[in-house]
Design a protein around this ligand. Structure first.
Ligand code: GLU
Length: 445
């Protein structure tokens, strides 16, 4: 029998200085421990001991030349966490704060997220402590070339299929893919998030944000509610936030905030015109990592150094970074009457924030369920690449919609509490875990 505190103490001892990984692991283990202890096969197979341990971690040196002809050195990693249900699959994150612990937390989350999509994808994650902020396009290309020159040795369309994440969008995937193609002399579906016309899938750029809104729509329906007229707070302004704003607006909601490391903007009229939404992409492409120019351009308010969670809204969607919404932010949102919180960034809320929402019986969706649309369409991109064919936008969007409905159904089934409240965290963790654990048992060790 597993005991939560004993298990976590040992995990912390073995993984010092990896607080994000420990946080992610504690949440999953706490959700599934009763299921494991009630299943003799899981116990016999030592599933928990095995599932927290990555199958493989690759660390490499990335050396590249900046525009001043100076040599720069960064660290690169790929965490190949679990391949029981399919090739390792997960994004690459380029951000100054990335550590191995960050990528282990993201890789661990990815195992269960990918399982929830019902597509055959294992869990992995990679990235670098390289910061794209302030870099020229040429520097980004040289960095990507150097990164892939190392990474290509360990990946492949049936082995490990990286994609984008924070700091890695269509441009970076292009440079990474171009490097892989030259070294290997082959065109294969080794990365997803590729451009349209060279193996990319329609709807992949929008998929994470759209998927979140499809999931939120199911939550609303479950509570006999609807999107029309809802005031929405969104954080971030990158690819995920962009897709989320687009779909929320289409569904009749009014998005009133966006944010960056410099603060947040409050747009009382809503971030709702094609021009405003397209400007988010322009800001991202500028590599400046600031949101203030939006306020200047569209006459919105800019609140320096603050987070958008102080604005009264019906729904909050953290779409930026892990732990971006803490216990204090949660209290403020609750006091202002928030009705639903949908984590769109990976582990966007701290455990204190989640506890506050759940205690107040406010439906709260975890990122691994709500943001699974991105990797789901990556899975569909892999299918199209394997077929050497492509599907229409309607076909992909329809499949994404069905996948998100299925994830909601699974969470609601596994997470229903005695008082009718749905614990989406528990539901997502149990549903995602069972499929992987069963595969591990069936395949032996
Ligand atoms: N980085 C995204 C995520 O967190 C997408 C991963 C992928 O498409 O492989 O799920």
């Amino acid at each position: 029998m597993y005991k939560l505190d004993e298990f976590m103490a040992e995990l912390e001892r073995k993984n010092p200085a990896q607080p994000e990984f420990i946080q992610a692991a504690r949440e999953v283990i706490a959700s599934v421990i009763d299921v494991v202890n009630a299943n003799p096969l899981y116990l016999k197979n030592k599933i928990l001991d095995r599932i927290v341990e990555p199958e493989r971690i690759i660390q490499f040196r990335v050396e590249w030349e900046d525009d001043n002809h100076e040599i720069q050195v960064n660290r690169g990693w790929r965490v190949q966490y679990n391949s029981a249900i399919g090739p390792y699959k997960g994004g690459l994150r380029f951000h100054a704060n990335v550590t191995l612990g960050t990528l282990k937390f993201l890789g661990f989350e990815q195992i269960f997220k990918n399982s929830l999509t019902t597509l055959p994808m294992g869990g992995g994650k990679g990235g670098s402590d390289f910061s794209p902020k302030g870099k020229s396009d040429a520097e980004i290309m040289r960095f990507c070339r150097a990164f892939m020159t190392e990474l290509e040795k360990y990946i492949g369309p049936d082995t490990d299929v990286p994609a984008g994440d924070l700091g890695v969008g269509g441009r970076e995937i292009g440079y990474l893919y171009g490097t892989y193609r030259k070294i290997r002399n082959e065109n294969t579906g080794v990365l997803t998030g590729k451009g349209w016309g060279w193996g990319g899938s329609l709807v992949r750029p929008e998929a994470t944000g759209y998927g979140t809104m499809y999931f939120a729509n199911e939550m609303l329906k479950e509570h006999n509610d609807k999107f029309e007229g809802k005031r929405v707070a969104i954080s971030g302004f990158g690819n995920v936030a962009w897709g989320a704003v687009t779909k929320a607006t289409q569904l009749g909601a009014k998005v009133v905030t966006l944010s960056g490391p410099d603060g947040y903007i409050y747009d009382e009229n809503g971030v709702n015109t094609p021009e405003k939404i397209a400007y988010m992409l322009e800001l991202r492409a500028s590599n400046m990592d600031v949101i203030e120019p939006y306020a200047k351009k569209f006459g919105a308010k800019f609140i320096k150094g603050k987070k958008p969670w102080e604005v009264p809204v019906d729904m909050a969607f953290p779409c930026a970074l892990q732990n971006e919404l803490n216990g204090e932010d949660a209290k403020q949102l609750i006091a202002n009457g928030v009705k639903y919180v949908v984590e769109t960034s990976n582990m966007g809320c701290t455990p204190e924030a989640i506890e506050a929402f759940q205690t107040a019986r406010i439906p709260f969706a975890p990122g691994k369920a709500a943001n699974a649309g991105g990797v789901a369409v990556s899975g569909l991109e892999m299918s199209q690449n394997a077929e050497h064919y492509f599907w229409s936008a309607e076909e992909v969007d329809e499949k994404l919609h069905r996948i998100m409905q299925g994830i909601h159904e699974a969470c609601a089934r596994e997470g229903k509490c005695a008082d009718g409240y749905i614990d989406y965290v528990k539901g997502a963790n149990i549903a995602g875990f069972k499929k992987v654990a069963d595969a591990m048992c069936q395949q032996g060790f």
